[in-house]
Design a protein around this ligand. Sequence first.
Ligand code: ATP
Ligand code: MG
Length: 436
Amino acid sequence: MPDAALHVLKTLRAAGHEALLAGGCVRDFLLGLHPKDHDIATSATPDQVVGLFPGARTVGAHFGVVIVRHVEDHVEVATFRTDGSYKDGRRPQTVSFSTAEEDARRRDFTINGIFRDPVEDRIIDYVGGREDLEARLLRAIGDAHRRFEEDRLRLLRAVRFAATLDFAIEPATWAAVRAHAGGIGDVSAERIRDELVKILLHPNRLRGFDLLVDSGLMAGVLPEILVLQGVEQPPQWHPEGDVYVHTRLMLSLLPEQASLPLILAVLLHDIAKPATFTRDADGRIRFNGHDKLGAEMSGEILRRLKFPNDVIEPVTGMVERHMTFKDVQKMRHSTLRRLMARPSFADELELHRVDCLGSNGLLDNHEFLVAKQAEFASEPLLPRWLVTGTDLVKAGWPPGPDLGRMLTAVQNAQLEGVVTTREEALAWLGRQTPRA
Ligand code: ATP
Ligand code: MG
């Protein structure tokens, strides 16, 4: 364990206070996992903690949390407390400092309520967390209904821990999650997003997805996913079933370490299929424009969940372009190179791969692109351009949107190998008629 945590713990003890490791680090230690951080719970009040560690910063003054810095590291020290009554389904109105046992009981799940004394190598467990860890069971501490009523974020935390640890959920806890799922809307979008991201980034994301749906939480978090259920698709392209089955199957086919934009693009790539569904007189099903509308809908959904632009932009781009992959073998050389040069190309290729494997299984376009990647590996996908915007202006092109289009046209001529030197490019330009 890190020096900082041990140093803080020993200093508190030497001053006559109780001090124990608490929460996630004890759970992870007992599971043989690598803890993210080492939180300390203590009988010392925040003032006493600050007195022992000058320069320590009180963060959640209300909750008695102090951040102590030590060398390059920092440790969170929280005074043992009991939470008062909850009013808004989010946070207690009051807290009062109390004992280790009461502090264990205000925590969410038994596996998160165990203390550890690393000096004497002792486990202090007031809530039966150790047995549940051994049984791989997620169980709310105390009355599950009350605990989810107090703080609705715990609903998503239940799904997150069950999925990331691959634990079963104890029946009374599960019944309470389902009973309170409708209240998830009381939680801020940012906190919902943070839990969702943790669930989706974990390799066990399929279980997390299923738990979100089965608990009823998906209806409050991403209701658009549920609308995919029962949306029929052309059986010759989609033998697997409806759009929901297809999307879920794709999720299961992603590599363990998939990026967040890729995972979100999988969930959202066909999100506009319900809205664009049509059936021709001969019975043929179409989803015209589901890519464009899907990109718009994805943007709205991700903005609603307060995702940052560096997530929203690649996802909407991937959704908007996912249908172009069926045409790659027919594309002009220049179009193909521009497609392959996009920053999100690796994720787009993977989206296309799982899209195929999650439906008809035809990977010819994927294989074509992998071969092209190898073919282009030794040279930059997009070469240094032979002419610039300045050259165009000198050649008599008026500044404006036409200039951009003309520049793309010369670059395409270069990518197609029609022009290979600057002189040829300028001559090619000269043959185009400048517009007034
Ligand atoms: P992680 O590995 O994701 O950090 P963690 O268990 O450490 O998991 P934190 O959010 O860091 O989770 O919280 C630390 C501890 O505080 C938890 O283990 C739990 O005991 C308690 N806790 C956190 N959030 C809540 C909550 N909403 N309700 C009750 N107790 C909570
Ligand atoms: Mg933690």
